[in-house]
Design a protein around this ligand. Structure first.
Ligand code: GLC
Length: 564
């Protein structure tokens, strides 16, 4: 693989501080994107080599999941050093070269910041383990004395988000708290040294030309963890507490916004001002403060990702989020897939989940995808239709690598090849997130479908060949072509930040399954999630997610862009 770039007509990025408001942002999971050195792990030079691909795809920015040094206890979200590159993924010089190449192609760069926890190999944590109880080194984390005569029992019965206990003993009667895996000790964000250090990290990457940050677990940083274990609430008490008043001991506390006000001051030191998007799994009503221009600027809205493809719920979600965006002054974000959830082309091929709105919903994957049976064709049809409609909404669209190929989740990764801690910490219950992190297929043949010259760090199934870029490139009916056309047209058509709902008629009440809207410039969008055909409210078809009926009507499970 070559990293020589052909960008004859380099694009100049503007100083527009609002570039992100309606950007299409492509998430790269670097270890699974492209492997330039044939070690089975994707790397930064791999990203650089694919800049022409990203440019042709037509996205405005890339967001890179963590590429920092890490033992990969949680796919890189366990960071050993916030200001370096994992040697398996490259060097800081490779990073600079990648940013230069992306910028020259007109693409902005967003990096992932993981402030809630370090890894257990971070210099601070090693120092904490080597230092006595009560030391300044331990005060950067949440160490507490255990219960029992010698501290042999955990300070509380708290559980980790990945399953299993939320405390880990260190052998001297003390335990440290971790929301996630035990290799991810939580920092104490009431400690000024922790706060200062992250400001240095923000400047480090901003100085290297990074345009923005995706903030991991943004709602979890500041916690109220009593010094004395006897004063800690039980897990049941925590679960019973509302998370809506800003006072929950662990989640979405009001004080976290003081941290982000400090970050905002750093963002404003740069031209254009740096920006950020919060990964905050909070109630919709609680998102505005993260998205405020005095804070991070934008917050993920996972409502569509969590919903079944149903016209009524989609419409309610879209209206609510556009209203919220207007109130916060930010723009909203739309997401169907990311590195934490089952790919939406697969999710939509599953029977409706009804009330089970768990974000990952991966339990079925434990059966290797056999139960319930996934209707792959339907999943892909619905994903293409829903995405086409989403790309016409006001706000930013976040796309996850591989969705432009209509890639399906890999359900049957052998136990021995699994990597995700949520799989290992929930035996038999959670299949984890490896199935959406399998390296991308670029070519139809070759050792790892063009991902690299050797194997892939998570095994690619044979059926990946049909989804390869090579198989789809130039095929007018392919999902890749649909994304390219949609993103190019979106550039031309993107306008204002409003929409108006349209009513569409269909035989036998089919209109109830339809979502239709118009943007101020006459750009009309119809998403038919039902099975019956509906009339088109316009004659000039710009793009459709699938074939239209011979009668010119819009069939079920299809979306269309029109001009009035
Ligand atoms: C976020 C990331 C996820 C990670 C977790 C802990 O939710 O998206 O991948 O496991 O934070 O850092």
């Amino acid at each position: 693989m070559t990293t020589v770039l052909e960008t004859p007509d380099a694009v100049t990025l503007t100083d527009d501080p609002t570039w992100w408001r309606q950007a299409a942002v492509y998430q790269i999971y670097p270890r699974s994107f492209a492997d330039s050195d044939g070690d089975g792990v994707g790397d930064l030079r791999g990203v650089t080599a694919k800049v022409p691909y990203l440019r042709e795809l037509g996205v405005d920015a890339v967001w890179l999941s963590p590429f920092y040094p890490s033992a990969l206890a949680d796919g890189g979200y366990d960071v050993d050093d916030y200001r370096d590159v994992d040697p398996r993924l490259g060097t800081l010089a490779d990073f600079d070269e990648m940013v230069a190449a992306l910028h020259a192609a007109g693409l902005r760069v967003v990096v992932d910041l993981v402030p809630n926890h370090t890894s257990d190999r971070h210099a601070w944590f090693r120092e904490a383990l080597a230092s006595p109880k009560g030391s300044a080194a331990r005060a950067r984390y949440l160490f507490r004395d255990g219960l029992g005569e010698h501290g042999e029992l955990p300070p509380s019965d708290w559980t980790s988000t990945f399953g299993g206990p939320g405390w880990e003993p260190v052998g001297d009667g003390q335990w440290y708290m971790h929301f996630f895996a035990k290799e991810q000790p939580d920092l104490d964000w009431t400690n000024p040294e922790v706060r200062e250090d992250f400001l240095a990290t923000l400047r480090f990457w901003s100085d290297r030309g990074v345009d923005g940050f995706r903030v991991d677990v943004a709602h979890g940083l500041v916690k109220d963890v009593a010094a004395d274990a006897a004063d800690l609430p039980t897990q049941a008490e925590l679960d019973a507490r509302t998370t809506l008043d800003g006072q929950h001991p662990l989640w979405d506390r009001d004080e976290v916004h003081e941290v982000y006000a400090g970050w905002r001051a750093v963002f404003e030191e740069y031209r254009p001002a740096r920006t950020a998007v919060a990964e905050a799994w909070v109630a919709p009503t609680r998102r505005a403060r993260y998205a405020s221009s005095a804070g991070l600027g934008q917050a993920f809205n996972f409502d569509l990702l969590e919903a079944d493809p149903d016209a009524r719920s989609f419409r309610e979600i879209i209206s609510r989020n556009l209203r919220a965006a207007e109130e916060s002054g930010s723009s909203t974000t739309w997401v169907f897939s990311n590195h934490d959830v089952v790919r939406h082309a697969t999710r939509y091929g599953l029977p409706p989940r009804g009330d089970d709105t768990t974000k990952a919903g991966t339990a079925w994957l434990l059966s290797g995808g056999a139960e319930p049976v996934v209707d792959v064709a339907r999943g892909l049809r619905l994903a293409r239709a829903a995405t086409l409609a989403m790309l016409a909404l006001p706000g930013s669209a976040y796309l996850y690598q591989g969705e432009e190929l209509g890639l399906q989740e890999v359900p049957d990764i052998p136990h021995a090849e699994r990597q995700d801690p949520s799989y290992f910490r929930n035996p038999g219950v959670d299949a984890g997130r490896d199935g959406c992190r399998v390296p991308l297929p670029w070519t139809t043949s070759g050792p790892s479908h063009g991902f690299g010259e050797a194997g892939a760090h998570l095994p690619q199934p044979a059926w990946f060949a049909a989804y390869a870029v090579e198989a789809q490139d130039g095929d007018p009916a392919s999902t890749l072509t649909l994304y390219r056309r949609a993103l190019a047209l979106r550039h031309e058509l993107q306008t204002g930040e409003r929409l108006e709902w349209l009513e569409v008629d269909g035989a036998g009440g089919a209109g109830a399954d339809v979502l239709a809207f118009e943007r101020p410039n006459g750009w009309r969008v119809v998403l038919n999630l039902g099975s019956g055909a509906v009339d088109l409210p316009g004659s000039e078809v710009l793009l459709a997610s699938g074939p239209l009926g011979a009668d010119g009507r819009l069939p079920g499970e299809t979306a269309v862009w029109l001009r009035a």
